[in-house]
Design a protein around this ligand. Structure first.
Ligand code: ASP
Length: 351
């Protein structure tokens, strides 16, 4: 892990490289993309030198494809931002796209009372290739991370994902395309900013801290005993029971149909009741790309509510996972976790 520094003026930013396509190149031996040394990214983007910002870099070692991300990396990222918080005006995290929405969601819950931007970005094509989307993503992310209002406060003091001209709240975004430059969408919440000739901020939507001069609270206790049950026609009682009642989980995200519906069959509802009765926290999130859970519309949803299933509203699955890891890490009591799930902690749900 090697910090590097460049000349200082105006805003100071920390550019953190974790790995991902943006900094990968073809390994001729295995004929596949592999991460390369981060210093080469700055060589590839001399435009960054035109900003009057001080941009320091921090490279994780080893660099990883984001499919290998584990919550330990989130703890390292939160720890690094905590350690460097007073030295920088903003943070840009270069990260693989595959799990970027999970990491941005988790970080959003781990940092409470953020007063500075934490912008995740990456690319679909490596930064050294002629048609790369990485340069624009990186340059605009740097500009957004450095942007301040007339009072000197960060314009976007949130954990965000910037991709293909759109700035999204991190815990509202999902990767929706594996080969288009528009790889991310935030279907249930409008963009925080859009970049054209100018970067236009949707100021009314951007969250601001209650107080600007307090340091955020960094929550670095995560409990990962969470599983995800995706409903599908043909699912069997054995599979549902194994996931909902398994000894290794405290909570299960149930990805339901439509507005939060699941089979009305007696065996299914009775396993849900059984799981609830043994203290499992069950969170209802829709598998639809957009829209919200409402367990009062259909009988199939009402049964879940009566069995103690918690409403995930319009949460993404990525956000629900990060929120559960965070809340389970904070509370031993299931009731406290359920109370937290019902609250909009970081702008992740609309109620
Ligand atoms: N597999 C890569 C990763 O997530 C894909 C990318 O960066 O876009 O690390």
């Amino acid at each position: 892990m090697k910090p590097t520094e460049s000349t200082s003026e105006k805003s100071a930013l920390l550019l953190i490289y974790t790995g991902g396509t943006i900094g990968m190149k073809e390994d001729p031996v295995i004929q596949a993309l592999k991460p390369f040394n981060f210093s080469q990214i700055l060589e590839e983007v001399p435009e960054l030198g035109k900003f009057a910002y001080r941009i320091d870099t921090y490279t994780f070692d080893p660099l990883i494809d984001s499919s290998d991300i584990e919550p330990n990396l989130w703890l390292s990222l939160a720890g690094l931002i905590e350690e460097k918080y007073d030295e920088y005006d903003g943070f840009v995290i270069l990260h693989g796209t595959d799990t970027m929405a999970y990491s941005a969601s988790a970080l959003s819950f781990m940092i409470e009372g953020l007063t500075k931007p934490v912008i995740f970005t990456g690319s679909q094509l490596p930064i050294g290739t002629p048609r790369t989307d990485g340069k624009e993503n990186l340059i605009s992310s740097v500009e957004i991370a450095a942007a301040k209002d007339t009072e000197g406060h960060a314009i976007v003091p949130e954990v965000c994902i910037y991709f293909d001209n759109v700035l999204m709240r991190g815990n509202r975004a999902s990767k929706i395309n594996s080969d288009n430059f528009r790889a991310f969408r935030s279907p249930n919440f409008p963009p925080l900013a859009e970049a054209g000739i100018h970067i236009r901020y949707n100021s009314g939507l951007i969250r601001r801290p209650a107080v600007w001069d307090a340091r955020p609270v960094f929550h670095k206790s995560l409990d990962t005993r969470v599983s995800i049950l995706k409903m599908h026609p043909g699912i069997t009682p054995q599979i549902v029971r194994t996931i909902l009642c398994g000894n290794d989980t405290r909570a299960v995200i149930i990805e339901t149909y439509g507005a939060g519906n699941a089979p009305s069959k007696e065996w299914f509802i009775s396993i849900v009741r059984e799981a609830s009765a043994i203290g499992k926290i069950l969170l209802n999130v829709t598998q639809c790309m957009a829209g919200s859970v409402n367990m009062d519309i259909y009988a199939t949803g009402k049964c879940l509510k009566e069995a103690g299933v918690v409403n995930g509203y319009d949460s993404t699955t990525e956000s629900a996972l990060g929120k559960l890891f965070h809340l389970l890490g904070q509370h031993t009591s299931s009731e406290s976790v359920k109370t937290g799930l019902e609250c909009d902690l970081r702008g992740e749900i609309s109620k």
